[in-house]
Design a protein around this ligand. Structure first.
Ligand code: AHR
Length: 500
């Protein structure tokens, strides 16, 4: 089995965008409380932020962090989370059937953003609330002073405005599970008017309007068409959300999840462009893929408590990831990079404990899941421009997507350093494949580093006690000869090959 890849410096898709490497922090389960925030933890700083999580966030190479939800935001009163902590109310969070003491709010999160060196991406509540509350929050965050909410922020200890640039106009408003769920027409009007007013207050912000919660939504495509027809001129991005999991032991289909992500991007971009043509607009709307990951939604850990049980920070959505899950995460990053001309931002959902690459023990250790590694290495090494690659690969039959090439890959080229980096997955369930790269467009390159994540048992999962016995390993088969790079890629594997 051999798969060829042809690279050429002239075949540029677009820039590698730092915002592709965003993540997400929601008030959900233990993402905030005992995740990013745990006063009293041995590594906690003066603000109560866990130092071990801050360190792993930096190592993960995170750019933006979306906050505070997710489904949570659609019932959230942001005012509950500002001012003296002892005065803050405990509220019921209907989305996750939990209680929130509001110990962490906007100021705490924005301080955490600064400490972690990440860019915040704020979501406003368009479920139970509307234009006014969105304006109040924007005023609190971005207006320098001299008005009610900006002076409150100053009184609460933040003299300078945060100048948050990215704003999400609600969350998954197409989903019947969403608090305040709306039809596309209702939401499109509300989003347009909220956006228009927010821009009157701060013309420098970038706005994300809600697209579909998955490509399987019955309204997929039509939702985007209607919402964008209302809001086109007032927004910059439309969101996309997608979660994948292995269903009924169908590993081949699961490994091909990026086929769905490609289809998602292509369909939304086409829809946005159709609205652009019909509305005689000149600008283009791009995609913020602001929730994506592997998520085993049917597992018990994903089910919120019921009845009179409204716990604070319960164990929820604490999926444990195996090697195959990490290969899929790596492949989804390949898809996001390949679509960099239309995907201008993305967020792995989520950052810590909740379907996350980073896990913590309350009071104890923080550790890396298998999915941490492809994310960290892609964020670290993707640089410069994304190249369109020509792939010729054997195929594998899948139930969900038909015949799918076993090799999927993308490459980046950094003109400044001259480095070419190939990110590749072998999605074959059983066969190794020889990656054979035509480098005539880049004469003289040699292998700088080649790493492969694989394991004879692809169901191996990292735990707090053993998070390191399966890590990306040096791929000793990677060689360059006669302007061709070659490497053996084991079945169910993700690799990065750096050439310089
Ligand atoms: O990330 C978990 C949940 O998935 C989010 O709250 C919601 O937006 C999506 O359905």
């Amino acid at each position: 089995h051999s798969a060829t890849l042809t690279l050429d410096p002239a075949f540029v898709v677009g820039p590698v965008r730092r915002r592709t490497f965003g993540t997400f922090v929601e008030h959900l389960g233990r993402c905030v409380y005992t995740g990013i925030y745990e006063p009293g933890h041995p590594t906690a700083d003066a603000d109560g932020f866990r130092g071990d999580v801050l360190e792993l966030t930096r190592e993960l190479g995170v750019s933006t962090v979306r906050y505070p939800g997710g489904n949570f935001v659609s019932g959230y009163r942001w005012e509950d989370g500002v001012g003296p902590v002892e005065d803050r109310p405990t509220r019921l969070d209907l989305a996750w059937h939990s209680s929130d003491p509001n110990t962490v709010g906007v100021d705490e999160f924005l301080r955490w953003s600064k400490a972690s060196g990440t860019e915040p991406m704020m979501a406003v509540n368009l479920g139970t609330r509307g234009v006014q509350e969105a304006l109040d929050l924007l005023e609190y965050c971005n207006v320098p002073g001299g008005s009610f909410w900006s002076d409150k922020r100053r009184a609460n200890g933040a003299a300078d405005p945060y100048r948050v640039k990215m704003w999400c106009l609600g969350n998954e408003m197409d989903g019947p599970w969403q608090i305040g769920h709306k039809t596309a027409e209702e939401y499109g009007r509300l989003a347009a008017e909220t956006a228009r007013a927010m821009r009157m207050m701060d013309p420098n912000i970038e706005l994300v309007v809600c697209g579909s919660s998955s490509s399987a939504m019955p309204t997929f495509g039509e939702w985007e068409r209607v919402v964008l027809s209302e809001a086109y001129e007032h927004v910059d991005h439309v969101s996309a959300h997608a979660y994948y999991w292995e269903e009924d032991g169908d590993l081949a289909s699961f490994l091909a999840s990026a086929v769905d992500m490609d289809h998602f991007v292509e369909s939304v971009a086409a829809t946005a462009d159709a609205v652009r043509a019909a509305g005689k607009h000149t600008k283009r709307i791009n995609i913020s893929f602001d929730e994506w990951n592997v998520w085993y939604q049917q597992r018990a850990e994903s089910r919120p408590p019921t009845d009179d049980d409204w716990p604070v920070a319960p164990v929820l959505l604490e999926d444990r990831y195996n090697v195959a899950d990490a290969v899929v995460v790596g492949n989804l990053l390949i898809s996001l990079l390949r679509n960099t001309h239309r995907v201008h931002a993305a967020s792995l959902a989520q950052l810590v404990n909740v379907i996350a690459p980073i896990m913590t023990e309350p009071g104890g250790r923080a550790w890396r899941q298998t999915t941490f590694h492809p994310f960290a290495l892609t964020s670290k090494h993707a640089a410069g421009e994304v190249l369109r690659v020509a792939v010729e690969s054997p195929v594998q039959e899948t139930t969900r997507f038909g015949d799918v090439p076993v090799l999927d890959a993308v490459a980046t080229h950094d003109a400044e350093t001259g480095e070419v980096v190939i990110f590749a997955v072998n999605r074959s369930v059983t066969e190794a494949v020889t990656l054979d790269v035509d480098l005539r467009g880049f004469p003289g390159l040699q292998v700088v580093e080649a790493l492969t994540l694989a394991n004879p048992d692809h169901t191996w999962q990292a735990t707090a006690d053993d998070a390191t016995s399966v890590l990306p390993q040096v791929n000793t088969t990677a060689k360059v000869a006669d302007d061709r790079a070659r490497a053996e890629l084991p079945p169910v594997s993700w690799s990065v090959v750096r050439l310089g």
